[in-house]
Write a protein that binds this ligand. Sequence first.
Ligand code: 5GP
Length: 251
Amino acid sequence: MARRKKIYEGKAKILYEGPEPGTIVQYFKDDTTAFNAQKKEVIEGKGVLNNRLSELFMTGLSQIGVPTHFIKSLNMREQLVRNCEIIPLEIIVRNFAAGTISARLGIDEGTQLPRPIVEYCYKDDSLGDPLVTEEHIAAFGWASQQEMDDILNLALRVNDFLSGMMLAVGIRLIDFKIEIGRVYDGDFMRLVVADEISPDSCRLWDIDTGQKLDKDVFRQNLGNLTDAYTEVASRLGLMPKNTKQNATTSE
Ligand code: 5GP
């Protein structure tokens, strides 16, 4: 059997060359890291859940006209995506204070922000993904002014979509991170939401109890991470209630 070509291996995913030019196979690993990979664990079933959840969010976004890299699901751990040139920024949207904004500005976790706040971090693990301003982005040429306008617009549309989807199942979208890529179609270039959208890259709190249903469960040793992600998947209708515990065994 021919071995497929690995293009890149990150902390939570592996990218392989896709079957056609311009496509990539995105494989979701069970590897779980936090604090710039200082904390690491393999959590069985996490990759399966993130693959399924990311597919759900990406397909929903395309249905409302937000372009994404997602093409189709291939199997429990893999999806076919458009190859794109990732803009080296993490785009963070915050609705409620938590994590680094709470630490940086001394705002109590859970405080509702006056409006969604969009932040940009430079994607570089060796620097710890530092927060940057639009001045840095323009000066270093990471994205053009037109792209920044489009990125802001995309980020806010993703926020409205995800907030509504979560609210409908009793979950508060505290914040999230997305990545944006450039896709080239002949002479044209367009921006798409790329990478993944999953509980690894969002903060999701139960609206009534405040229970954390995202990667903070791992970061802060709050319990079983797959149980939390399975709860999100189950509320979103991705698994029948009585097979919740089978997320790790149904591969
Ligand atoms: P914070 O800046 O508070 O650490 O993170 C804000 C949001 O962005 C959180 O939902 C967090 O999970 C997400 N986020 C920030 N950096 C990363 C990253 O490097 N990888 C992933 N998967 N999510 C991130």
